[in-house]
Design a protein around this ligand. Structure first.
Ligand SMILES: Cc1cc2nc3c(=O)[nH]c(=O)nc-3n(C[C@H](O)[C@H](O)[C@H](O)COP(=O)(O)O)c2cc1C
Length: 439
């Protein structure tokens, strides 16, 4: 008999199940022998979007990031959902990013007389009301018609930093006038040097506060879910995707009849991805420069002249080089497990990096954050702040600005409550003595 596999679409996990046993939200399938395990799981989850326990998730029922993930899955055509949700290769790094936080336990102090908690912190020259910032993410107009404008408004409302991607769907200029909150521009270095140069000048003119150079995407990670779904920008209609678009009429109508999809920061220079359909993988491989160096990064810091972060640092050696060339911050990140699968989880390596460069450069811990306690653990081990992508993208996709406001309220409440339970008045109280690694 073929092995029986149960795929839990709610948690996203896969495990062997006892024949005959059936739990809601879990589909039992017979795995044909000819498929290698991993590819079959991927194909199944892509072509057969489930309904969680046969009832619809609603915004008011969302209490954690996993709930928002379920909501997003309901709302989005499958190529779009899997573009957000997926990682590279076997998604080992994607999963480890979050799991790594469970290898440490918090050790609270009691009777510390807390009346109120101060979550404020200073990042990239900005005083923020909370230590969780929005990591830059591409293509937000595809996830919800409100796109980057909603993200920027929510960041402003919660007093945190907003990062817009080079391949965002809102222009640097529009974003500059749209929000008064602190804003960062994430730069992908393209082969077109004029484009790189102009992007920085446009950010200066639009009064951006900080720049983040992403260094972990010189070629595209192998995101197999995107290969299976044929994910492209603008979205591609083919036999595989047509059914998914047809069964998500709300998304499809919003996409067709609201603001036209564009990548306005790059489309005056590059037609791929805006006017000419391109897979994300092809865009990255054809347009981004694979040969950027530390000298290029140093030159950019000179041209920019304001707070500058390097996003995608994972080694102690590179963290030291970032200090040497005068970067203001490093974002310890593996791009949410979307690039080099099998690479170390940022939280697993945080302490080594903090021991080497803490106090000399700001450290933003990125990738895998799903809970308030994850933020506390990272800050205790030496991070200045944390950043997250999917945690707000699921909410954006699920319910636009209202969804993001709810998710940020939940996250802020979690961080605040957890700080009180830890006996900490302010971020500066968090330190390594409040944490122990499990044997
Ligand atoms: C859908 C999606 C698009 C992303 N686009 C970009 C991007 O354009 N530039 C960038 O530097 N990082 C991008 N990232 C990576 C995020 O900035 C961040 O590193 C990652 O989401 C962190 O992992 P998390 O989602 O587990 O929080 C993207 C991530 C996702 C999920």
């Amino acid at each position: 008999m073929s092995p029986v596999l149960s795929v839990n679409y709610v948690s996203g996990t896969t495990q062997k199940a006892t024949p005959g046993h059936h739990t809601p939200g879990v589909f039992r399938i017979q795995r044909p022998k000819r498929f290698p395990n991993r590819s079959f799981d991927t194909i199944l989850s892509v072509i057969e979007p489930p309904r969680a326990n046969n009832h619809s998730m609603r915004l008011k029922d969302c209490y954690n990031i996993n709930d928002f993930r379920t909501l997003a899955k309901q709302k989005l055509p499958s190529p779009i959902f899997h573009y957000i949700d997926g990682g590279a290769d076997d998604e080992v790094t994607l999963n480890r990013n979050t799991a790594s936080f469970n290898d440490y336990d918090l050790i609270p102090n009691v009777l510390t007389g807390i009346e109120a908690v101060d979550l404020s912190t200073q990042v990239l020259g900005q005083k923020l009301a909370m230590p969780l910032i929005f990591a830059p993410t591409a293509l937000q107009r595809l996830f919800h018609y409100q796109g980057e404008r909603a993200t920027a408004k929510v960041a402003e409302k919660f007093g945190t930093l907003y990062g817009i991607s080079t391949i965002g769907t809102c222009s640097i200029e529009k974003m500059g006038s749209y929000t008064q909150g602190p804003k960062l521009f994430q730069i992908y270095v393209h082969k077109d040097e004029q484009l790189n140069h102009d992007l920085i000048d446009r950010c200066k003119a639009a009064n951006f506060d900080a720049l983040a150079l992403t260094v972990d995407t010189i070629v595209a990670g192998n995101r197999e879910r995107d290969r299976v779904t044929g994910m492209a920008t603008p979205p591609k209609l083919n036999i595989k995707s047509a059914l998914s678009f047809a069964t998500h009429p709300q998304w499809t109508l919003n996409y067709l009849f609201r603001e036209k999809f564009d990548l306005p920061n790059v489309s005056p220079y590059i037609k791929d991805g805006s006017n000419v359909k391109s897979s994300i993988i092809d865009y990255i491989n054809n347009q981004l420069s694979p040969c950027i160096s530390w000298d290029d990064a140093a030159a950019m810091i000179g041209q920019w002249g304001k707070p500058f972060a390097i996003k995608g640092i994972m080694s102690v050696e590179d963290a030291k080089k970032a200090v040497e060339i005068g970067a203001s911050a490093i974002m310890i990140s593996n791009h949410g497990g979307r690039q080099l699968d099998g690479s170390r989880a940022p939280f697993d390596h945080l302490q080594s990096i903090a021991n080497a460069v803490g106090g000399e450069i700001e450290i933003i811990l990125d990738s895998g954050i799903r809970r308030g306690t994850h933020v506390l653990k990272a800050l205790a081990l030496g991070a200045t702040a944390c950043s997250g992508g999917r945690l707000y993208l699921y909410a954006l996709a699920g319910a636009g600005q209202a969804g993001m406001e709810r998710v940020m309220t939940l996250m802020r409440d979690e961080i605040e409550r957890d700080m009180m339970l830890m006996g900490c008045h302010s971020i500066s109280n968090l330190n390594p003595s409040l944490l122990a690694r499990r044997p």
